[in-house]
Ligand binder design. Sequence first.
Ligand SMILES: [Zn+2]
Ligand SMILES: [Zn+2]
Length: 129
Amino acid sequence: MKDRTRRASCSCARLTVRCRGEPLSVSLCNCQACQRRTGSAFGVAAFFPTASVRLDGDSTVFVRTSDEGREVTFHFCPACGSTVYWFPERKPGIIAVALGAFADPAFPAPGQSVHDEHKHPWYTLAMPS
Ligand SMILES: [Zn+2]
Ligand SMILES: [Zn+2]
């Protein structure tokens, strides 16, 4: 059976990621850095093996240190500013792709929620158990 491919892109569609197969995991993060990165109340990352993705387009890099003290390297579009993917130092060989960049309501839901200490109290999640 042929693996399905999903496409993620920034707002202006210059920076894209093609992901083959299903994500290894999908994780919702309530940390304050994700709130600032997304401009929303939380971020959601879909993790894929780096070998299963194809990256196209120019990106600008922003490196920050996570709450756990490890570096995370974010790639965002220099034209429109959307962060599309990033590489967590603590997960070698794994790329995180911003769930919102797929703009697909049928995308697999997050299997976990982290940094709940920073969660905004006004939302509740319907995640599969
Ligand atoms: Zn763009
Ligand atoms: Zn976060």
